[in-house]
Design a binder for this molecule. Structure first.
Ligand code: ADP
Length: 858
């Protein structure tokens, strides 16, 4: 047995091997140690290997799913080795000592799950493959629980951002690739071939060319090839549901890098988990598929006014039609997760219940379509969705006839095919039923004959049907001519058989076996039918999800008095009465009110410098405006009275270092790396929020960097920007930057206490209130008094030398400084171009170098 185990283990590579033995999956050696620790189950041992006991642990097959879930969550991957023949077959094959053949039937990994119990209903589960072809990165991603697949290409620099958007739970990449993401699972390089990828995709979708699906680059196809090869590997050759790939074009979505996503807490709050995230604050979807679609929309907002307006029209319609919205949501709420049921069926892991879910979901979808068709004022997007809701009439009718109303998740007991569907099956069931009734009659007859009122006919898995009497009556049935044959003597009872009972029992057994086989054949047939229409069924699931998203957003808007944003193709943002959805919800849970604020950015006033005390609401204001842009471009209403959002191509959000201490790298370094990314990537169509840049270093450094960054954003990137800072000195930038204006969050000292008004006002902040905030936070009075004294001293010194920003006014303007540097560069370039290097003696070359160096340092 160990030889068989070790051979399978070699095949399982770095996965834990679940080795089927009867009713248990057993794990051995290091696998057992790992699993015992993660699962907190007993580690035992069995036999010896190389002179030492073999560590072992096991989990029951019937509850394996919950153990699998925990292992996957802990980052393990698992290979399942099943018995692929019965013990009887093994005996027939190789005699009584023959070992039952086993084979790895499947790998269970985080990215390749389909089981309901292992998946989160409101979250997509993405598997991605990434590789590089001739300097371009290709990314292939799919959610095999629903079959969605998309391909993307980007530059190596943008790979991080692209992967951040996908949030894959498992990532594969070619072995030996230097730029491979850290968490990538290395797979053989030969699996990432663009030709192979194209061929496989054509084969899977039965087409001669992929042109009908979109334009795919070599890098995209190579990644697709890697993805499919991995799916082949984990599914042991059985591919899961894969819908035709969609090419994600660069520029079709609002670009956000990983730092921005994290800082805006789009899908996850900073503490981890969905609570406190934007997604949680917005999500009112009533189906898991809707929630998954919403998360995707928020991760990838659009950049096309027409597409955004189409989504907004539908939300608006459902917002205004209160009754209709209520009706639709009631229907949606009762819907099964059609997409995921289909995913399991295609992957060969479907159950009768999954078939029932398709039937119910598709028939409700058809009803919904008929209901919506009666409305004449339908928005365009809904019209485009409606055809997808129908078209499954034949399948629904067939499944309705074939299946019982609520089919079970297990096939083994049968009973899922409806009566009246197959007369042969009905007859078998009747035979078995008659025999069961006959057995009930036999019980009465035997009681009469023996005079034992306590006689019972019972059934168990080992003996089948038998007659049982209390021990004290056993003798009465023991008599040789009694017609009963003894089978077993228990502590309090004796068990017998009888010919008539045996006959009826075999009738039940035989008919039951045939009935099961008949049901099984019908099951396969129904599965094949579902698989044949997989594409169309997935289309229905997607349309239902889209409707749920729109209805959920309409519900959210109505609940929070959100407004429909006007989305325009200009570099402006104008928000009246804007709010932060997450902070507002948190405050209202405490019975506190959120103070709404306006924001107005335009090309001539594109950078707002915002000062004011700590805790005054600066960060909140910055983020709420970023979120309003994000929501608007995702096609949602926004938390404001009125909002005009000019399309944003890239959104950046940065928070000064000391706010995120939990990261690994030197926090100031992280801050600067992220700031560098903004300065190199933001365009005049981008929107940037910068919160306390420069805070992570000393006062002078920090002020100097904040100053230079603000100038660069203003004069070079020319993007819309909200810049929060506690450096007063920066307000002097208003003197030189014509499109920069000064704002502050208001605060008042009242009877010695600081009152934060959370209200934005024009003009610079008058002072920094640091000590007042410290008092608010409970810093003891003696410490405050001492700080006050130190501050007085510092301020006096500062006043005498002209303050921290003294002399800054004499600096040349930023643009002018850049020009001067460029002019110098040009002169040097000209001089170099004029040199005839071949005519230069070594001595002359060296002299020239000295001269250049002297000039450079003068
Ligand atoms: P800052 O960035 O100025 O330090 P924050 O934006 O972090 O301040 O806000 C601090 C706290 O003040 C928030 O956690 C929130 O409870 C409260 N707050 C912020 N903005 C508002 C607002 N507009 N209305 C009401 N409370 C607010």
């Amino acid at each position: 047995m160990m030889a068989q185990y070790l051979a399978l283990k070699a095949e399982a590579e770095d996965c834990l091997l679940f080795y089927r033995m009867g009713d248990f999956f057993e794990l051995f050696f290091d696998d057992a140690r790992t699993a015992a620790q993660v699962l907190d189950i007993a580690l035992t041992s069995r036999g010896e290997h190389a002179g030492a006991p073999i560590p072992m642990c096991g989990v029951p097959v019937h509850s394996a799913e919950s153990y699998l879930a925990r292992l996957i969550k802990a980052g393990c991957r698992v290979a399942i080795a099943e018995q692929v023949e019965t013990p009887e077959e093994a005996k027939k094959r190789g005699g009584s000592k023959a070992l039952v053949a086993r084979d790895i039937v499947r790998f269970v990994t985080a990215g390749t799950l389909t089981e309901e119990a292992l998946l989160e209903p409101r979250r997509a589960n993405v598997l991605a493959a990434v590789c590089e072809v001739r300097g371009q990165v290709g990314i292939a991603a799919c959610d095999i629980s629903t079959g969605r697949m998309e391909l993307e290409e980007c530059t190596p620099e943008r790979m991080g951002a692209a992967l951040a958007r996908l949030g894959a739970s498992e990532l594969v990449c070619p072995d030996g690739w230097e730029a491979a993401p850290l968490d990538g699972i290395a797979r053989p390089l030969r699996e990432f071939q663009s030709d192979g990828g194209q061929e496989r995709l054509c084969l899977i979708h039965g087409v001669a060319t992929l042109d009908g699906f979109g334009a795919f680059s070599r890098a995209m196809l190579a990644a697709a090839s890697g993805l499919i090869a991995y799916l082949d590997h984990v599914g042991r050759g059985r591919l899961p549901l894969l819908l035709p790939p969609v090419a994600r074009s660069t520029g079709a979505h609002l670009a956000m890098d990983e730092a921005t996503r994290t800082s805006l807490e789009i899908l996850e709050a900073s503490g981890g988990g969905r609570r406190g995230s934007l997604c949680e604050a917005v999500d009112r979807c009533v189906t898991g598929a809707g929630a998954r679609q919403l998360a995707e929309d928020l991760s990838a907002p659009l950049t096309d006014v027409a597409m955004i307006s189409a989504r907004l029209d539908l939300v608006q319609w459902l917002h205004d039609e209160v009754m209709l919205r209520g009706d639709l949501r009631a229907v949606l709420r009762a819907l099964p997760d059609v997409g995921r049921a289909l995913g399991r069926i295609v992957a060969g892991r479907g159950s009768p219940r999954d078939l029932g879910q398709l039937r119910d979901g598709l028939s409700e979808a058809r009803r919904m379509r008929d209901y919506l068709l009666r409305r004449e004022d339908r928005p365009g997007l809904l019209d485009a969705l409606l055809p997808h809701l129908g078209g499954h009439g034949a399948l629904v009718d067939h499944f309705s006839r074939a299946l019982v109303p609520s089919p079970p998740t297990e096939r083994a007991q049968g009973g899922y095919i409806a009566a009246g569907y197959d007369h042969g099956l009905d007859a078998l069931r009747e035979t078995a039923g008659n025999a069961r009734r006959a057995i009930a009659a036999l019980e009465a007859k035997y009681r009469d004959e023996t005079g034992v009122a306590a006689l019972k006919i019972r059934h168990n898995g080992v003996l089948g049907y038998f007659i049982e009497v209390p021990a004290k009556h056993g003798d009465r049935l023991m008599a040789p001519d009694s017609g009963f044959t003894h089978r077993q003597t228990m502590a309090g009872a004796v068990r017998f058989n009888a010919l008539a009972l045996h006959e009826e029992a075999s009738r039940i057994g035989e008919a039951g076996g045939h009935a099961l086989a008949a049901e099984e054949a019908h099951f396969e047939q129904l599965v094949a039918e579902a698989v044949a229409s997989a594409g169309a069924i997935a289309g229905t699931a997607a349309a239902l999800a889209r409707i749920d998203v729109a209805a959920g957003l309409a519900e959210r808007a109505a609940e929070g008095l959100w407004c429909r944003p006007e989305v325009v193709d200009e570099a402006r943002i104008a928000v009246t009465g804007g709010r932060h959805p997450v902070v507002e919800a948190a405050l209202s849970a405490k019975g506190e009110r959120f103070v709404a604020n306006d924001c107005a950015l335009a090309p001539e006033d594109r950078l707002w410098l915002i000062g004011g005390p700590n805790m005054g609401g600066k960060s909140t204001f910055l983020r709420q405006n970023a979120l309003i842009v994000l929501l608007a471009q995702a096609g949602s209403f926004v938390p404001a009275e009125r909002a005009t959002v000019g399309l944003v191509d890239r959104l950046f959000s940065r928070v000064g270092a000391s706010d995120n201490l939990a990261r690994g790298r030197s926090t100031f370094m992280v801050e600067m790396v992220e700031t560098a990314a903004i300065l190199s990537q933001a365009t005049d169509r981008s929107f940037v929020i910068l919160d306390e840049v420069g805070r992570g270093t000393s006062t002078y450094d920090g002020l100097a960097l904040a100053w230079a960054v603000a100038e660069a954003v203003h004069s070079l990137n020319r993007c819309r920007c909200l810049f929060a800072t506690h450096y007063h000195e920066l307000s002097r930038l208003a003197e030189t930057c014509e499109a920069l204006s000064l704002h502050h969050v208001r605060a008042r000292e009242w009877k010695g206490d600081l009152v934060l008004l959370h209200e934005l006002a024009e003009g610079p902040a008058d002072r920094s209130y640091g000590l007042a905030v410290a008092r608010l936070a409970g810093v003891p009075a003696p410490v405050l008094a001492r700080a006050k004294a130190v501050l007085g001293k510092l301020e006096k010194g500062r006043a005498e030398t002209g303050g921290l920003a003294a002399g800054l006014g004499e600096l040349p303007l930023f643009a002018a400084a850049l020009q001067a540097e460029e002019a110098e560069g040009d002169a040097l370039r000209e001089r170099l171009a004029g040199l005839d290097l071949d005519a230069l003696t070594p001595r002359a070359a060296l002299d020239l170098l000295y001269e250049l160096k002297r000039e450079a340092s003068s």
